[in-house]
Ligand binder design. Sequence first.
Ligand code: SF4
Ligand code: SF4
Length: 393
Amino acid sequence: MSFGRLPEEIERDAHACLQCGYCNFVCPIQLIDGRGWESYRVRGKMYHLKKYAHPGLLERLTGDRAKMSKEFVERVYNCTACGYCQIACHVEIKFNDRWEQLKQWLVENGVAPLDRHRALRTRILAKHNPYDEAHERRADWLPKSADRSDNPDVLFFAGCTASYRQQKIAQDAIRVLDAADVEYDVLGTDEWCCGSPLIRTGQTDVVTNEENGLVAHNMREFERRGVGTVVTACAGCFMTLNHNYQLYGGKHGFRLYHMTQFIDMLITDGKLELRKPLPSKVAYHDPCHIGRHFGLYEEPRRVLRSFPESSYLELPRNRQNSQCCGAGGGFKIQFNDRAEDLASLRVKEAAATGADMLVSACPFCVTNLSQGAKRAGIEMKVAELVSLVAEST
Ligand code: SF4
Ligand code: SF4
């Protein structure tokens, strides 16, 4: 099966690729058993794209051209959107956007997404969340004691995972905002999925539809409330609201913070004091979507250093060189076992430092690392930084 031309930027980047292979050494996919083949690697995928864009004479004569085969599509979706290849690339290919663009093109040509990704589309269209949960129950996580403001300075965007699967994270975020006397509100059932699972899997049309797409809806709700600041504890929502919403909808008129940034500011401004030490020997795992994608490395670490009488452990691979836990990019929903394998490697890395708790700043990481610990058979507590902060106020 043959399609039209690749988007111009992808074609250009496929040609620009030097085939040096530096990206191969950083991609987490090659850490999983049997995934070290060149076809699973970034360099191999770029070579295939170049061959597709411009077949050689022999390939044209024999008709044996590179194809957008089922196997190649599956290889493209073997990606956690960790952003490491973009950092490693010697010709500075903007892979974070390019992989999404490639998946979108594959979807437009009818050979993608993969089967479990299709279900995401159906659920998000019907219920505004990827978990097939009733939309009316979206705000069930919100404690009755939450001190919501009629005139908020801050809007807390919970996101689907903290609304339905990791409710403690959203509840602890609210506890922290209450402890710091922040005037806040939440969108409740006016909040829809940010669109991250669809964008990462190439199903962008649902997100960008100008009438009733997810961007249009959520932006309308933000604007209707006229708040100057939006805060989210989810690294996936942060990346989507920060990067993708501005890519599709233009510059937004509010300040956006990840919860770790916001807590760091509250502590620095003397509005929040941490009173109890860290409960365990804690190691910090950088979530890719706030770390490599936005450089939020020091904010969570400053927060960890603010606990009295406490220190935290640094994982050998940290900050820019952090190893992805495997949860992102739509990878986990399609390849759960492989995602847990990756998480188990990260848990083993933490255990080797002597840590008994792995703390992160993303509900996806918390879910996957918890499952990775079980898979590795290691007693490792996994927590969200905001929960440790809430316990310490
Ligand atoms: S974003 Fe991460 S997982 Fe995806 S190809 Fe790049 S290095 Fe590999
Ligand atoms: S690092 Fe960049 S230039 Fe080198 S093989 Fe990878 S994609 Fe190509």
